[in-house]
Design a binder for this molecule. Structure first.
Ligand code: ADP
Ligand code: MG
Length: 577
């Protein structure tokens, strides 16, 4: 080793820059955050060649006078804190005073800014950390930062830039994250003159989601609202019926800040358990709020990581919040969603600015298509779908129950619905109560395959819990003395045969839990079949039972039990709307 020297500032700055400036997306993030800190209402990001050629961020924020403009590009130059104590509860995105200096150290940076609409501004040019020139410039209030030839003096870094397409994608992702938390700001991203993202200022997350990802996804989302201890979970998740294996989006925020956490994605998916087909990946956008001492968001300023004091609590709260979002009928499949306004509610005043504010918590619960749900739940509250209930249900195609309410038409798949009812009932029976079995005057005797006999032995306790009582009867036979009675047309013999055959063949995989697997299999085999004619009273009974379920809108294999045709959709089609 040689003698110690103090590194020249240009070298030290280049090294420090590595912390902040990894790729075009990190430059964009810093510049857009500066614009937000400056109170911008409108921010435009322009790229050339995905940012390798040029990155330009323009805002209409407070701007800087010439003295500040000069200082801004120096290391540790910040207007956001004055002393260490200011760090506590700092309300701005930036405060280290490093970003502009770091970017200027590894690129050609041009800052144009003006503090007032008068037209007198300042232009500062820095290249590779060297101040090139400062001159007056005419411009309106606000700031434009242009970054050219990123990493021109750090070839090793430049080599690591990916294709323009993937750098552009990373930039879009960075802007999307900020746009999801700052509804009060309009964002635009262009690459090589093409507009890739443009969202106006909005009042609700729904409108922002529609602007960023399209109306279709926005309409597929249902609101989430839950809390546990000091933790609250709010946001939106995709209707189970709309979840697909690909193209999922997962966004998490904690106290207004985006972060990534595969375990929380998994926890949210666990909330969907059995309401979606295996392999489907629902979109989730969830904002957590919890006391500052419960979470450390400064693990690494560039990595979107946070550390929770009680991770288990957070995961459970997320799972449960998602689970309970699937409960209301609003979570049921919709044939064609109603108009956007109806779903997301009337525009509300924009929430106050500042990254510390979590606009999502300011949202009232979305009214959504609650009408249908309220009709039904309202009926339930009055004691079932009785005499005052919606118009008489009818059965169509021997399989679907259709009924009318003020909000539209509701279709219920009789088999799936009954399956849901029996599944939840079986889960209760298996975990304690047991079922009311019906003792048979004439016991049923069955001949089974060896694998099936083994299933009967292995599942004897579960079979008894749902109401099947029996015993081996020598050789390959079993004799059954008592059976469950899930509905008047129940065929106990057939159900038992199908059930043990399914269990022996391991059908309905995907269920990790033994009880759940058994309950789902039993429910499927015991439920009213498609094609079975039903009397009006039976339909009413089934509907009432369904509406009393925890997860009424979803069957146990990832399909809907209910599909809604909103009245306004019908009217739209007939040109009455
Ligand atoms: P930090 O954001 O941590 O303070 P930066 O290097 O990103 O550090 O910016 C340095 C300073 O330059 C900021 O504190 C702010 O005063 C000023 N500044 C940077 N960007 C803008 C902008 N877009 N509008 C107004 N002022 C800005
Ligand atoms: Mg900054």
């Amino acid at each position: 080793m040689g003698r110690i020297v103090i590194l020249p500032p240009s070298v030290a700055d280049q090294i420090a820059a590595g912390e902040v400036v990894e790729r075009p997306a990190s430059v964009v993030k810093e510049l857009v955050e500066n614009a937000l800190d400056a109170g911008a209402r409108e921010i435009t990001v322009e790229l050339q060649a995905g940012g390798a050629g040029l990155i330009r961020v323009t805002d209409d924020g407070v701007g800087m006078d010439d003295e500040d403009a000069r200082l801004a590009v120096h290391r540790h130059a910040t207007s956001k804190i004055r002393r260490a104590a200011d760090l506590i509860g700092v309300g701005t995105y930036g405060f280290r005073g490093e970003a502009l200096a770091a970017i200027a150290a590894v690129a050609q940076l041009e800052l144009e800014t003006a503090p007032a609409p008068g037209g007198e501004g300042t232009r500062v040019r820095v290249s590779g950390g060297e101040l090139q020139e400062i001159e007056p410039v005419a411009r309106t209030r606000g700031t434009t930062v242009t970054v050219r030839r990123l990493f021109f003096n750090v070839p090793a870094r430049r080599k690591f830039l990916r294709s323009p397409r993937s750098e552009t994608r990373a930039v879009l992702e960075a802007v999307t994250l900020l746009a999801l938390t700052r509804l009060d700001v309009a964002f635009r991203v262009m690459n090589d003159g093409r507009r890739l993202l443009e969202v106006p200022r909005v009042a609700s997350v729904g409108e922002r989601v529609a602007g960023l990802f399209g109306r279709r996804l926005a309409q597929e989302l249902i609101p989430v609202e839950g809390s546990a201890g000091g933790l609250s979970v709010r946001g939106f998740v995709q209707r189970p019926a709309d979840a697909r294996p690909t193209g999922r989006k997962a966004y998490f925020f904690v106290n207004g800040r985006p972060f990534r956490d595969p375990f929380l994605v998994r926890a949210a998916e666990a909330g969907y358990r059995a309401t979606i087909a295996p392999g489907c990946r629902p979109t989730v956008l969830l904002a957590l709020a919890l006391p500052g001492d419960q979470v450390d968001v400064n693990v690494h300023p560039q990595k979107l990581e946070v550390r929770f004091r009680d991770r288990f609590l957070v995961e459970r709260a997320v799972e449960e919040a998602v689970r309970s979002a699937l409960h209301p009928l609003d979570a049921a499949a919709v044939l064609k969603p109603p108009s956007d306004a109806g779903r997301w509610g009337a525009p509300q005043p924009a929430p106050s600015a500042g990254p510390a504010s979590t606009p999502w918590s300011a949202l009232p619960r979305q009214p959504g298509t609650g009408g249908l749900a309220e009709d039904l739940f309202g009926e339930r509250a009055r004691g079932g779908l009785g005499s005052t209930g919606p118009a008489e249900p009818v059965q169509v195609f021997g399989t679907y129950i259709v009924y009318e309410s003020s909000e539209g038409l509701t279709f219920v798949d009789q088999h799936s619905a009954h399956e849901r009812v029996l599944y939840e009932r079986a889960m209760q029976q298996l975990s304690g109560e047991g079922a009311a079995a019906q003792h048979l005057l004439l016991p049923i005797t069955l001949d089974l395959e060896p694998a099936e006999l083994e299933v009967v032995e292995r599942h004897a306790d579960l079979l008894r819990a749902v109401g099947f009582e029996g015993e081996p009867f020598g050789g390959r036979s079993v004799i059954i003395h008592a059976v469950p009675n899930p509905h008047p047309r129940f065929d106990a013999k057939r159900c038992f045969e199908e059930l043990v055959a399914d269990l022996a063949r391991g059908r309905f995989g995907g269920w990790t839990n033994r009880l759940e697997r058994f309950a789902a299999t039993y429910a499927c085999r015991a439920a009213i079949k498609a094609g079975q004619p039903l009397a009006v009273s039976e339909m009413r009974e089934l509907l009432a039972q369904l509406m009393a379920c925890e997860l009424a809108p979803h069957d146990v294999h990832g399909r809907p039990t209910i599909v809604q045709l909103p009245r306004d959709e019908l009217e739209r089609r007939f040109g009455r709307a």
